[in-house]
Ligand binder design. Sequence first.
Ligand SMILES: NC(=O)C1=CN([C@@H]2O[C@H](COP(=O)(O)OP(=O)(O)OC[C@H]3O[C@@H](n4cnc5c(N)ncnc54)[C@H](OP(=O)(O)O)[C@@H]3O)[C@@H](O)[C@H]2O)C=CC1
Ligand SMILES: N[C@@H](CC=O)C(=O)O
Ligand code: NA
Length: 920
Amino acid sequence: MAFSTPISSSYLPRVYSQLSAHETTSETNSRVCLSNASSLLQRTLTYKAGFPSHLERRESFNFKVSASVTTDVSTTELPVTPSVVKGDTWSIHKFGGTCVGTSERIYNVAKIVTEDNSERKLVVVSAMSKVTDMMYDLIEKAQSRDDSYELALDAVFEKHKATALDLLDGEELASFLSILSIDISNLKAMLRAIYIAGHVTESFSDFVVGHGELWSAQILSSVLRKGGVDCNWMDTRDVLIVTPAGSNQVDPDYTESEKRLEKWLSQNPSKAVVATGFIASTPQNIPTTLKRDGSDFSAAIMGALFRARQVTIWTDVDGVYSADPRKVSEAVILNNLSYQEAWEMSYFGANVLHPRTIIPVMRYDIPIVIRNIFNLSAPGTKISRSPVNEIEDKKNLVTYVKGFATIDNLALVNVEGTGMAGVPGTASAIFGAVKDVGANVIMISQASSEHSVCFAVPEKEVKAVAEALEARFRQALSAGRLSQVAVIPNCSILAAVGQKMASTPGVSATLFNALAKANINVRAIAQGCSEYNITVVVKKEDCVRALRAVHSRFYLSKTSIAVGIIGPGLIGATLLNQLREQAAVLKEKSNTDLRVMGILGSKKMLLSDTGIDLSTWKEAHKEKGEKADLEKFAQHVHGNHFIPNTVIVDCTASTDVADHYHDWLREGIHVITPNKKANSGPLDKYLKLRALQRQSFTHYFYEATVGAGLPIMHTLRDLLQTGDKIIRIEGIFSGTLSYIFNNFVDARAFSEVVMEAKAAGYTEPDPRDDLAGTDVARKVIILARECGLNLELSDIPVQSLVPDPLKATASVDEFLQQLPSFDTDIAEKQQAAEEAGEVLRYVGVVDVTNQKGVVELRRYKKKHPFAQLSGSDNIIAFTTERYNKQPLIVRGPGAGAEVTAGGVFSDLLRLASNLGAPSC
Ligand SMILES: NC(=O)C1=CN([C@@H]2O[C@H](COP(=O)(O)OP(=O)(O)OC[C@H]3O[C@@H](n4cnc5c(N)ncnc54)[C@H](OP(=O)(O)O)[C@@H]3O)[C@@H](O)[C@H]2O)C=CC1
Ligand SMILES: N[C@@H](CC=O)C(=O)O
Ligand code: NA
């Protein structure tokens, strides 16, 4: 069952009490689940069986026994009899205060109206900007007996006089100035009366305030006439009749208004009419206003009365955005929206029309176009019944979700207890109590177990709501039938809106997936059966990130990832180059936007809010970099911008940096690294890190830690995840040592080859890590742990190639200087192998079966595959249950800037694809 008309939350208790009345007189347990997808358009109650027929057309609602919502009903009936004024010859334009704020702008408005070649046009205008406030101010001053109201009235007079002098001349000018003077002197008398009484009535106030519209309409109409347009102006109070409808609202009386309009038009048959927005009369002909968003509403009502072909609302934005552009910088203007979508978007705070504005034109399928008066080249947003733009729709998921909006400063109230299930009247009692304190219920969700009802109210109202509920349910709480009335503060609502979400599988899955990937916890969910919106409640501090994540996921913007690079040394700098070269292709081909928001070295860091220019990062880092601060860096990359996903790429060899991975992952920051320190460090830290990674939706990739860019980790993970059992992994894991022993031939000096390996970028920042076997031992540990062995680095016996006397040398340079004096030791080993027809190879072994590992220098026959390598080749052999007779072998360069940075880059792309980037 769904309501097909806007429903104020004050109606809820009445609805629920009708339902509970039904429940007490029927066999049907009707309360299975209840959900209010938060817009006032629709509140849905799902029934297990049967429909309470006595609910048909109760009160002023229209109930429908159907999952589909009709949208063509308003609480006030529009006339169905054709009118003599109706016809699609009329086009309606509405110009707000800013559009007519100065003489220049009024002239511009006149130009736009003149250029519209519709047969007839009605122009609805607001008061010049600030004038309404000035009018309220002078009423306030007079009422509080502040003499300066007279000066304030003079300012109003001067403003309009000056505008008229700018724009008009001759008869038109004289006539307007005479009317203005009469109006001002009448106002002076009225304000004097208010001053004496020290009090003002609402209709008196409405009458005074409405003068702003009267003057702007007359000025514009005169300007149009001066430009040759057959034009008249309309005091809408003569035509538009409205009745109060409670809580600062009015309902138009369409029948009476149409009658008056026909009369007015028969007396004023001009081609163009400039009408006053905002003001109207009561059936007793007392001046009143249309309250909030009055001028838009005027235009919509006029659209309906005239059966116009289109209503154009002129404003200062290009149209309706897919999300608040202040929060999502990549939000796009929506070319088309259905009435329902516009309605939902506006409910959630998007800068669209008030739902009231849409109701009158919906009835007659009159499109509303929102356009920017300051950017005529922008086509604007068209709101109509059938908004389908085939080309755009086929292209992407915009088809299903048009836009996203948020409401902040909410609190959730959760009423919970086993005594609620199957007890009719609980919902009625809850919302009755909420109504009694005048709180506005923004969304409702009840799981079908009926053990709890949760709803969102504005934060400022939650205290009163909780107190009212505690008082109302005191007995149930003390008897234990209700366990609690809990308040969850600091919440926000995020809503996804789209008419075509209806009956499209997978939309909510995509939305929740995007939230999960961004590590955002969802506190409550509601989706009404109209499926026009899905509403989720998240923590307030997560809301903007959630908005960006879902917006990005639905391809309204690219799959964007904020990247922070730590360690712009050899690998880091090469990665930055590769990112620069590939950025455009990634954006174009896989919708992936990898944006480097920070680069941190050991001394300086460079931060950006929008993305660092990768062609000049080096100079900028050097010249504009600020003092390095790892905490600030992470915070900046993760928080201070518009991109939903964050990754930190650690290209250092630092243990300090690696020690931060746990915190980063916990905060939802993905981590990618070629640094081996975290995975080969203390076992307990490693296990904690991996456990966290497995629990969260945050990714930790480290392909380049073993074999640089070679797919070693990837291969191993695939083997393990597909259920193969690893028996043994052995190979040459050091690019440096591979290079050294491949080139340590023909009586060359060992130290000379070591220098070559360093110069080629194969070594660790400290080459002793390579020569001592530590680097290989780390790789052995990384692989062993990946296979499930709980080994410490110290469990691996390592044969070091660093001569004992050099183990204690202070610096890398010192070590390299002294190394040549030990060349003969290793030359002897090499000579002995050569004489036996063998070669020296530095190997690592992970013996999974026996849960151990070893790192040592071995001799191999010259025909052995390990003897066939060249350059910095690694070779890694996986012996598994499936690859038993012949091991699975991966071979290729296993060190060097380009291949290592390439391995890190491929992890970045793996991350993007995990976050939803399409495969190409
Ligand atoms: N070279 C290769 O073939 C391979 C390397 N790797 C791994 O890649 C990593 C980087 O190696 P590589 O580029 O050769 O090393 P480099 O020495 O060239 O670069 C290291 C960078 O890290 C920075 N750095 C060091 N400590 C810190 C810190 N505490 N905070 C911030 N920045 C810091 C340095 O900054 P500054 O310059 O200011 O001191 C430097 O920019 C190492 O972990 C290595 O094991 C992995 C596979 C292959
Ligand atoms: N120094 C390392 C680089 C890769 O991890 C090596 O030589 O293999
Ligand atoms: Na690798």
